[in-house]
Design a protein around this ligand. Structure first.
Ligand code: GLN
Length: 245
């Protein structure tokens, strides 16, 4: 039997001051809520510009989205943290990256005025700012489980994949990565990159649990078999599905 007291997960929350658009912080609250409901302690460490990451400490990393201006402010600092983050990803740490943060995990994000923000190349993607903003509620289906997830997107960046990388989901409604190929986000090792704000996790309990499960499995632990009542989460999910694009 696992001792409840031993279950602690450490989460690194990157740039909460600058990258927290459309309530991305709600993802942390959802993770904490579902961890606590299972007797798992979730410790959250915020990491701002200029602060070091203690690489081997964290089980989960989170980075939210932001406008180009905020992305510009964090991009250089993120490059300083590149090697720590890449080795965490290589050792199967779980990483959830939303929109602007997702773009910065790739090779580069080229803004409308041609300015190239270098990413940390943790995943083989690149992003080009497009002419039109892709705004609205998105419904998509996770490629590996077939579960539906919902969220809200607002981006002009169009993300394209290199070879050998897998999208996170198939778009049912909305634009997703680029509005062209019908795919949304990326899934690489335990990295989940996505354009979905909303916040994403409160409306998608399946995905929240998946993240917790992967973080525990990496430490050789199991998800405590406690059934959580998802009634409110499911109402939010269903409501988002009904709002058309
Ligand atoms: N600035 C990026 C874009 O418009 C990211 C926006 C966001 O994080 N919502 O593509």
């Amino acid at each position: 039997m696992q001792n409840k007291k031993q279950l602690t997960l450490e989460l690194a929350y990157l740039y909460p001051r600058l990258l927290n658009i459309y309530g991305d912080r709600g993802n942390i609250l959802a993770l904490r809520y579902r961890c606590n409901a299972r007797g798992i302690n979730l410790n959250v460490t915020t990491i701002e510009i200029g602060e070091n990451i203690q690489g081997d400490k964290f089980d989960i990393y989170f980075i939210g989205g932001g406008q180009d201006q905020q992305q510009q402010l964090v991009a250089g600092d993120l490059l300083q943290k590149k090697s720590v983050i890449i080795s965490a990803i290589d050792s199967d740490a779980v990483f959830l990256a939303i929109c602007g943060g997702y773009q910065l995990l790739g090779k580069y994000y080229r803004t409308k005025d041609g300015n190239e923000l270098k990413g940390i190349e943790a995943v083989d993607i690149y992003t080009l700012a497009g002419e039109k903003r892709m705004i609205g509620n998105v419904i998509c289906k996770l490629l590996d489980s077939g579960e539906r997830i919902v969220g809200f997107e607002n981006h002009s960046g169009k993300t394209y994949f290199g070879s050998g990388v897998k999208p996170l989901a198939k778009v049912i409604q909305g634009s997703g990565n680029n509005g062209e190929d019908g795919y949304e986000g990326i899934r690489h090792k335990n990295v989940f990159g996505t354009y979905l704000h909303g916040s994403l996790l409160p409306k998608n309990p399946y995905l929240t649990d998946e993240i917790i499960l992967l973080a525990l499995e990496r430490k050789g632990l199991r998800l405590p078999e406690l059934i959580i009542d998802d009634a409110i989460e499911n109402i939010a999910h269903k409501k988002a599905e009904k709002i058309s694009y």
